[in-house]
Design a protein around this ligand. Structure first.
Ligand code: NAG
Ligand code: NAG
Length: 394
């Protein structure tokens, strides 16, 4: 019985695998000339594999075997694709050229997807080799801006799972103008002093889910720019980094708002911020509404809870020194742990557009095992349950 069952299942798997590979094309980048030696430029092989997958009428898999594949800037367009299910299965590492001037594509990205539908990326590592550019930025002016490692523009139904991104030059992952993206089990790492290396930046996108991810980097772990709605972010470990930030918002006068954001179960370790909302002190019709932060643990975080509407570095470009971004409906529920500074909660809201409907429920933040403080301006809201530090201005 056991033997025949095993037999059956082997035969079945064999048939399944055969049918699967015949029916849904699999394209190994090595058969397009890619070399896993970390030295041979494999850019053309990846472009070739994409062209073949894109032309397939059936679901297609682009397979990247183990090894290091050196690739320059890659741009994958989906507009003419027949397939709306292309999956990258990556066992190896894609390595950016060590000369940072050779990484940036026309759009400032290393690996760029534009107008694709149903693309998924599973496994693998992207190594942006950003160290030389950070050194330039940290010691000199006139350095190039650098490349975002992986960017999706104007795309739908994107899945990124089990992918590692290390040492990006600029942002690690950018989701811009997309609808329905799911990122899970993503690992991002760059040193805490690497400039502009945001982990995941979201812009003008909706229905984006980020789950079970570990992000340590030199800028925001996750940053949420203008025009995002319906985001679900859960089970994130952040640190080092600048926290999970909504913003910077309100640079433009006409700007799309941010709404319906849930951040649930997050730990922040040694980060500059925990849960941050940041807006330029400039006129704008932008807004932030309906944000829920739930179950966050802070460990030695400089600003565990912060709304900063006075952002204006060097006091330049902020004619009225007051933000037009209207922030309302922000809930902090079950946030506890330690602040690295005395002021653990900071609500510095706009004097012309005060924050409203801020809710804190079961918040307990301490500073060196002592009482922490809250600073608060132009904010209205309520507290329930134990809330420490006390919020003076509600
Ligand atoms: C935000 O969520 C509310 C309630 O769940 C929903 O009615 C509204 O349509 C959402 N807003 C957007 C922009 O999707
Ligand atoms: C707040 O947190 C501190 C440190 O974790 C703990 O010692 C204290 O008992 C908590 N306060 C309350 C009232 O739960």
């Amino acid at each position: 019985m056991a033997v025949s069952k095993l037999c059956f299942s082997l035969v079945f798997s064999f048939i399944y695998v055969t049918v699967a590979s015949a029916g849904s094309g699999s394209y190994n980048v090595q058969s397009f000339g890619a070399k896993p030696d970390g030295k041979t430029d494999s850019t053309k092989a990846f472009v070739g594999a994409w062209a073949a997958a894109c032309a397939s009428t059936a679901p297609a898999t682009i397979y990247v075997p183990a090894g290091r594949f050196l690739v320059g800037s890659l741009s994958f367009g989906g507009q003419t694709c027949k397939s709306n299910a292309i999956s990258f299965q990556i066992d190896g590492t894609l390595v950016a050229p060590s000369d940072y001037n050779n990484v940036v594509g026309k759009s400032g990205n290393w690996i760029r997807f534009e107008k694709v539908t149903g693309v998924s990326i599973s496994g693998g590592t992207l190594d942006g080799q950003g160290a030389a550019l950070w050194a330039c930025k940290n010691s000199a002016k006139n350095c190039p801006q650098g490349a975002t490692t992986l960017a999706f523009y104007n795309s739908n139904n994107v899945v990124i799972s089990g992918l590692s991104s290390v040492n990006s030059q600029m942002f690690h992952i950018l989701i811009d103008g997309c609808h329905n993206a799911k990122l899970q089990g993503v690992k991002i790492s760059a040193p805490g002093n690497s400039p502009n290396t945001d982990g995941i930046h979201l812009q003008s996108s909706s229905a984006v889910t980020i789950l079970n991810s570990h992000i340590g980097t030199g800028d925001d772990c996750i940053s949420i720019g203008p025009g995002n709605s319906n985001l679900w972010i859960e089970n994130i470990a952040c640190g080092p980094g600048h926290g999970i930030s909504i913003g910077s918002l309100g640079w433009e006068m006409e700007e799309a708002g941010v709404q319906n954001v849930t951040v649930k179960t997050a730990t922040f370790t040694g980060t500059q911020n925990g849960l941050r909302i940041k807006t330029w002190a400039r006129p704008s019709n932008g807004f932030v509404r309906n944000v829920v932060y739930q179950h966050a643990v802070m460990s030695g975080v400089q600003n565990p809870i912060i709304i900063d509407q006075n952002y204006c570095p060097d006091n330049k470009n902020c004619p009225q020194q007051s933000s037009g971004v209207k922030i309302s409906g922000v809930t902090y529920e079950d946030v506890h742990g330690t602040s690295a500074t005395e002021v653990a909660v900071k609500f510095e809201c706009s004097k012309t557009e005060p924050c409203s409907k801020i809710t804190l429920d079961h918040v307990n933040l301490t500073f060196k095992d002592e009482k922490a403080e809250a600073s608060c301006a132009n904010a209205g809201g309520t507290t329930s349950g134990l809330v420490l530090p006390l919020i003076g201005c509600f």
